[in-house]
Write a protein that binds this ligand. Structure first.
Ligand SMILES: [Zn+2]
Length: 106
């Protein structure tokens, strides 16, 4: 896919991830709805946010980085070695920042 398609795809993905993150936050708050909002806030910023929340945040920052790389023209280049990342790999994982050989070395 070209940069325009990648941008489209990544923007959509970012929306979905943000939506999922909101759902996770709501789920975290649900069982404690009787607590003060302050405590809920504390929990929210704490380790209480479950694995899905952490994973989603990671994915969001990955997608944001990929979008930034489309903007600055470095999208599709490996961040490690500077080689072009294969189209097959970008089709499968548009937010990829490393080429396959660097991933295998990592
Ligand atoms: Zn590489």
């Amino acid at each position: 896919m070209d940069n325009q398609q990648a941008k489209q795809f990544l923007s959509n993905k970012l929306k979905k991830l943000n939506y999922r993150l909101e759902e996770v936050k709501i789920d975290v708050r649900k069982p404690h709805s009787s607590d003060s909002s302050e405590m809920a806030q504390e929990r929210e910023n704490d380790e209480v946010i479950d694995a899905i929340g952490r994973k989603t945040r990671e994915e969001i920052s990955q997608v944001r980085r990929a979008l930034a790389r489309i903007e600055d023209g470095t999208y599709g280049l490996c961040q490690q070695c500077g080689q072009t990342i294969l189209d097959d790999r970008l089709d499968a994982l548009p937010e990829a920042t490393l080429c396959l050989s660097c991933v295998q070395l990592a």
